[in-house]
Design a protein around this ligand. Sequence first.
Ligand code: 5GP
Length: 204
Amino acid sequence: MQEKGLIIVLSGPAGSGKSTVRKLVDSAQHFDFSVSATTRELRPGEVDGVDYVKYSVEYFKKLIAEGNLLEYTEYCGNYYGTPKLPVFESIEKGNDIILEIEVEGAKQIKKNYPDAVLIMLLPPDFKTQESRLRGRGTETEDKIIKRLTRTAYELDDVQIYDYVIYNYDNGTQASAEDFLAIVRAEKCARRRLGNIKDNYYHNK
Ligand code: 5GP
């Protein structure tokens, strides 16, 4: 029998280093990545269909109404959501899929797919987050403030996560290793392995 793949939620506030950790993780081991739908304008360097799929607000609302999103949220004035079909296709094939989403979406995943693994990546502290965000230079001051403010709100819900990884300065490699270790341990989690005695004797 083909083991189902894992749904892995990776959340982290702006400046946590999610995309760098994600690249390192991907170069070490194959993962599928969910490509989110969004109404946010793409940033320079982002490719439509690869980093995000960009839709109008009207079309996004249609996706919601038709039940095509696994979860969705409004974040800092834009909609973001996970298209349902590709996630199911991945896990049915036995592939592990990473959903890089924020806390409201993670809550919906946890409620509807309790088998999902929820991982929160955090900068070591607020000061580090702020200086990383300003150093990035991709956002206006107004957006930086919005994202920093949002972090406090997100941390109120950190208890829904199964794991927390601190991404220290120059610590991205260690964070990626932590991520891979979590996935490896989850594969051995007894609760995922069904009726162990029955399988043992009947080789199902
Ligand atoms: P950004 O605009 O910086 O790319 O993303 C803003 C936030 O939205 C990030 O925390 C990112 O993880 C989250 N996000 C991206 N795609 C999705 C999604 O499909 N669903 C949810 N709930 N959050 C998302």
